[in-house]
Design a binder for this molecule. Structure first.
Ligand SMILES: [Mn+2]
Length: 321
């Protein structure tokens, strides 16, 4: 089954940098024509910095177009940390049940969160399901948003500092984490808190805190990118995916790109990492309608065999009006 994966659209972002808010690049919709499945790999909606109403309004045109392009093909949404509210009602029920979380849970949209019933209406008749915290796209390809990597990454953001603090308070050391249940126990309480408290969320996301973190850790530029990737490789090792490919987003840096050293994309125990990048950035044509735009977006294509590969989806002309 040919699968197209995109992530990190952050639809509803107050800065207006959510590139897919008002129009969908024709390249994306055309690419769907030759795929049987579309996976939206987390941080699709910006539910922290925007109200659900704003995020839903920002997402609606794109989802309607995706639904029309997919017809009755498969659409899978895998929530991330900025749209954690799409899975937290279901996770809350799981905490009170005896069910243990594995690497892949497949959930009906209305069971994951009530507002997903609205989204399901937009994309009908697509076969729409929710997966958390990830799903196997192939026997040797696992896809997840990647937010648990923050447990192993340098403390260069408020969110990572707070996750480290949660780990301390709950007496869970990062070196002891190895299951989805444990990662959820360390990160989930913070995500729920950030969803409820806009001020705390703004502090966690502030550039000043990130700058301070970079100054304290001494990491910036390519070194920081590499340590975040190593954190993903560490997470993959701890979750036990072996040498499988792991498709993720979260850090907003796509790759491996053709000019990069492939060895830098291999995790501690051999997981082969592939990042699908983001759809957040500055529009070159800000303030005008559909003029020439220099922004780009990327996706990962997963075929029945071979390496998943990153492809650039140049905006070209808009498919919306
Ligand atoms: Mn994220």
């Amino acid at each position: 089954m040919r699968t197209l994966v995109i992530s990190d659209m952050h639809l509803g972002l107050p800065s207006g940098e959510d590139l897919l808010r008002e129009y969908s690049p024709r390249a994306l919709l055309e690419a769907l024509g030759s795929c049987e499945r579309l996976v939206l790999l987390g941080d699709v909606f910006e539910l922290r910095d925007a109200s659900a109403d704003v995020a839903l309004a920002a997402a609606r045109p794109l989802f309607q177009q995706l639904g029309a392009a997919l017809a009755d093909k498969q659409l899978v949404l895998c929530p991330g940390n900025h749209d954690y509210a799409l899975i937290s009602p279901w996770l809350k029920r799981m905490r009170t049940s005896a069910r243990k979380l594995g690497l892949e849970q497949i959930i009906a949209p209305h069971e994951a969160a009530p507002l997903l019933a609205t989204v399901a209406g937009w994309v009908a008749p697509a076969d729409f399901t929710i997966a958390y915290p990830g799903l196997w796209l192939r026997e040797d390809v696992y896809a997840t948003h990647g937010h648990y990597l923050d447990c192993h990454a340098p403390l260069t953001s408020g969110e990572r500092l707070m996750i480290a603090a949660t780990g301390r308070v709950s007496k869970r050391r990062r070196s002891s984490l190895s299951t989805v249940e444990e990662y959820e126990a360390v990160t989930g309480p913070l995500y729920r808190l950030l969803d409820r408290h806009a001020l705390l969320s703004r502090v966690a996301a502030s550039r000043a805190v990130a700058r301070l973190g970079r100054a304290v850790t001494g990491l910036s530029g390519h070194d920081l990118v590499l340590s975040e990737r190593r954190a993903m490789g560490e997470l993959a090792a701890r979750l036990g995916v072996g040498e499988s490919y792991v498709v993720f987003g979260h850090t907003h840096r796509e790759g491996p790109l053709p000019d990069e050293d492939a060895a830098e994309w291999v995790g501690r125990l051999g997981a082969r990492l592939v990042n699908c990048g983001s759809w957040v950035g500055q529009r070159a044509d800000a303030g005008t309608t559909h003029g020439a735009a220099s922004w780009r977006g990327s996706c990962v294509i997963v075929e029945d065999s071979g390496s998943p590969r990153v492809e650039s989806l140049e905006p070209g002309s808009s498919a919306s009006t």
